[in-house]
Design a protein around this ligand. Structure first.
Ligand SMILES: Cc1cc2nc3c(=O)[nH]c(=O)nc-3n(C[C@H](O)[C@H](O)[C@H](O)COP(=O)(O)O)c2cc1C
Length: 430
């Protein structure tokens, strides 16, 4: 290699030991600008004779040649149909899930709507109760849990980020004694290396776990046999199935063939040994579908209304044409409206879960008074789990305290005691 001194002429310090210094000086990363480089060279008494490109080429012909060779090397393309050509978790699907996390951690995708503001809790100045006697305990999937809160289904995939978030959620759920939902496990079926992120039983041995698959995925490759594989791996108490037509329709290349999903659900219900939990993802399940799901024998129906995380907004943030998804940002049915219009009686053992934008214990109390048996939250727990398991516990404890206080203030000492008589319809009431 040519000595840099020969390029830049006299004036440069020479002698043993100066070689590395000259090299460091020559690397452009230390110059704030081309002007800065010129000034320093002048100070040394050497005149830079070339632009950055030429000087790099002269000083560092070997690395440049290597970089050039690399640039010109033809890219390897996986043969169509091969496994490498599939959207692997290290590739498209995993990256997508990571981008979902990033988008959800950014509050911009949260609608921040409080449809429960239409209701006030009927305050009792003399509750005739001791706050200490108010219990938030309920039962979920045959297990006693500390409160009607559920950490809603979120994530899972290949890599330490997913494992860390799910471990924090699981440790938090166990400490809080509340149920935990897992994120969609479809990724696992094609890529078993994602299993670590879903095997949270060791962190949450005693609380109810909800596995999760998309119902529409059974129109796009999943089979009933996959349900058994998911159950074997995650050892859940409940099988969750999500409905997400809004998300898929807004997503570039989403799974949009929803024909025959009711039939698929019937098959799953007949084959699944666990209670089934059907949920939306922030678009809402309208009353007539709630009624149908209950009649089919679904055990838990999570209405997941359009008050909180907007999956249209999440997908918009990932799309080449964000304005399309943004148009559908608050499409869907508000959570409190869904609860207000629940069918009077539900067939079978169906229990309603309220979710979508629930952010505090007062909203939870209103949801329970409107007919929900449980309340699920997703994004707030994600934000906490991104920090630590302790943050998840702190959030859960806070929610429980808020709910217990609201119950005390309306004079109710157990969750099942909450009812519509504890609500005032604010619209027109004052
Ligand atoms: C990061 C993230 C990932 C999610 N992934 C799933 C999922 O895999 N399956 C699912 O059923 N719901 C998923 N959801 C939707 C939530 O379970 C929930 O229905 C929705 O976010 C509304 O609740 P929120 O307003 O409290 O966030 C996800 C939510 C978040 C924030």
């Amino acid at each position: 290699m040519k000595n840099p001194l020969h390029v830049y002429g006299e004036g440069w310090p020479a002698g043993p030991g100066w070689g590395p210094v000259r090299r460091i000086l020559a690397f452009s990363s230390i110059w704030r600008s081309e002007r800065h480089r010129h000034l320093v060279f002048e100070r040394f008494g050497a005149v830079p004779r070339s632009t950055t490109a030429v000087y790099r080429k002269r000083l560092f012909p070997l690395p440049m040649a290597k970089a050039e060779r690399k640039r010109r090397r033809p890219r390897r393309v996986a043969p169509p149909g091969s496994r490498a050509a599939q959207p692997g978790p290290r590739g498209a699907l995993n990256r997508r899930k990571e981008r979902h996390l990033d988008a959800c951690l950014d509050g911009a995708v949260d609608l921040g709507r409080d449809s429960f503001a239409a209701w006030a809790l009927r305050y009792r100045a003399l509750p005739e109760l001791a706050l200490a006697d108010v219990s938030t305990e309920v039962e979920f999937a045959g297990r006693k849990v500390a409160a009607p809160f559920i950490i809603s289904c979120m994530t899972g995939g290949v890599g330490s980020r997913f494992e860390r978030i799910n471990r924090n959620l699981a440790l938090g759920a166990e400490a809080l004694r509340i149920p935990l939902g897992l994120g969609s496990m479809r990724v696992l079926l094609a890529h078993p290396e994602a299993r670590g992120s879903f095997q949270v039983r060791e962190w949450a041995p005693t609380v109810p776990l909800i596995a999760n698959l998309g119902l529409v995925s059974f129109n796009h490759g999943l089979t009933i046999a996959d349900v058994a594989r998911v159950i074997e791996l995650a050892r859940p108490d409940v099988l969750g199935l999500h409905l997400n037509a809004l998300q898929e329709a807004v997503q570039d290349g989403g799974d949009t063939d929803f024909r025959g999903c009711i039939g698929k659900l019937e098959e799953i219900l007949a084959a699944c040994p666990l209670p089934v939990y059907v949920k939306e993802c922030g678009g809402g399940i309208a009353p007539e579908l709630v009624e149908l799901l209950a009649a089919l024998g679904v055990h838990y129906i999570d209405v997941s209304g359009a008050d909180g995380t907007s999956w249209a907004a999440v997908e918009a943030s990932l799309s080449a044409d964000p304005s399309f998804g943004e148009l559908f940002r608050d499409f869907g049915l508000p959570t409190a409206w869904l609860l207000e219009h629940l069918p009077g009686t539900l067939a079978g053992k169906a229990q309603i879960v309220a979710s979508g934008g629930i952010r505090n214990g007062i909203q939870a109390a209103k949801a329970l008074a409107l007919g929900a048996r449980h309340v699920a939250l997703a994004r707030p727990f994600l934000v906490a789990a991104e920090q630590s398991a302790e943050a998840v516990v702190a959030l859960g404890r806070r929610l429980m305290r808020e709910l217990r206080t609201a119950m005390f203030l309306v004079g109710v000492d157990k969750v099942s005691g909450l009812g519509r008589e504890h609500l005032i319809d604010r619209r027109g009431a004052w």
